[in-house]
Design a protein around this ligand. Structure first.
Ligand SMILES: Nc1ncnc2c1ncn2[C@@H]1O[C@H](COP(=O)(O)OP(=O)(O)OP(=O)(O)O)[C@@H](O)[C@H]1O
Ligand SMILES: [Mg+2]
Length: 341
């Protein structure tokens, strides 16, 4: 079965998120849509503050309902999950959707040992004894690469190093073989060899259990290696998305060109981390109808201040006023200039 024939797992449509602040409602995410099929890996990339974590946390119902306004729909296996009661949502989150959050401490409770926390997570969804759950926890801690899992299982989070804590959180997210794993920069806190191990582990989860993965990362090399689809976020919007191969071979949005640099990615050497682009990303209260990237875009024109149209090229799409033919010509010119420089 090709990826396009796999059943749809998660469908996010028109997700917008704003926060109540002293300055009134501040919008952090605007009109974000994407979908993930069973077993598919979607990578979300974009600068710090572009709204990646807010997107993932709010679609999982992990936002503070008192101060956050979430619009749009999120369907998981055809069920609208944002409308579910909190208890049903919690159940889905622990059993069907695993989360590796950006900050491991938010996933761990300081007052219990990590083994206890992993075992509880397993027992919340599976009828097994405390003893069996503890053994599973030890096994999982071994699988995520903790060198002495039988000892680590009885440690409290503060007794572990940052990297060990991150692995404990990954073990917890994997404990129920989730159909969807949501991983927000799961390897940033880890050193390079451990990063590679963790990625292998995620890929194994897909291979053994057919899990789909949403992976936020700053590492374009990782994206090109593991992702089937990529979504590029800028200033609270997805400015481009599509199959990884297509987006790397022919990025449509000028922001994506900037990210990709001029290295031919799928065939060339491994890309460095996100390239920096001159200028500052906007603050969320300035997400209006126009293209957020326009102030930093060399190709900006007056039309960019209006709502930029969504152009499609096969299954790839970009929010930009440049029409596809013009965009290809401009980008080629850009690459030539970079090669000459
Ligand atoms: N609770 C909140 N109240 C007000 N603003 C918020 C809140 N949470 C996030 N924001 C703002 O929303 C924007 C998007 O934040 P988010 O954490 O999603 O960025 P990110 O893309 O994950 O960045 P990074 O790569 O640094 O993790 C930021 O400007 C952030 O300051
Ligand atoms: Mg983040």
């Amino acid at each position: 079965m090709t990826m396009a024939e796999k059943p749809m797992l998660l469908d996010v449509n028109g997700l917008s998120v704003s926060f109540a602040t002293d300055r009134g409602f501040v919008r952090a995410v605007r009109d974000v849509s994407f979908s993930v099929r069973e077993g598919e890996i979607l990578s979300i990339v974009g600068e710090s503050g572009s709204g990646k974590s807010v997107t993932l946390l709010s679609l999982l119902g992990l936002h503070d309902a008192k101060t956050t306004r979430v619009d749009g729909t999120v369907s998981f296996r055809g069920q609208r999950i944002l409308e579910l009661p909190a208890s049903r949502m919690r159940r889905i989150r622990g059993k069907d959707i695993g989360l590796i959050s950006q900050d491991p401490m938010t996933a761990l409770t300081p007052v219990y040992t990590i083994g206890w926390q992993i075992a509880e997570q397993i027992r919340a969804h599976e009828a097994i004894s405390a003893r069996a759950a503890r053994l599973r926890a030890i096994e999982l801690l071994g699988e995520v690469g903790l060198s002495n899992p039988g000892e680590a299982v009885d440690r409290y989070p503060h007794q572990l190093s940052g990297g060990m804590r991150q692995r404990a959180v990954i073990a917890m997210a994997l404990s129920c073989n989730p159909a969807l794993l949501v991983a927000d920069e799961p390897t940033t806190a880890l050193d390079v060899t451990v990063q590679a191990q963790v990625l292998d582990l995620l890929l194994r989860l897909r291979k053994d259990f057919g899990s789909a993965i949403i992976l936020i990362t700053h590492d374009m090399g990782v994206v090109s290696e593991v992702a089937d689809q990529v979504a590029v976020m800028y200033a609270g919007r997805i400015v481009e998305r599509g199959p990884t191969e297509a987006v790397f071979a022919n990025p449509l949005h000028p922001y994506t060109w900037g990210l990709m640099g001029s290295i031919p990615p799928l065939t060339g050497p491994r890309l460095a981390r996100l390239r920096s682009i001159p200028g500052m990303p906007p603050t969320p209260d300035r997400i209006d109808d126009g293209c957020g990237f326009a102030p930093r875009c060399r190709f900006a024109r007056p039309d960019c201040a209006r709502h930029p149209p969504l152009h499609r090229l096969g299954s790839q799409s970009a929010l930009c006023v440049l029409d596809p033919a013009e965009r290809v010509a401009l980008r080629e010119n850009e690459l030539t200039l970079e090669t000459e420089a």
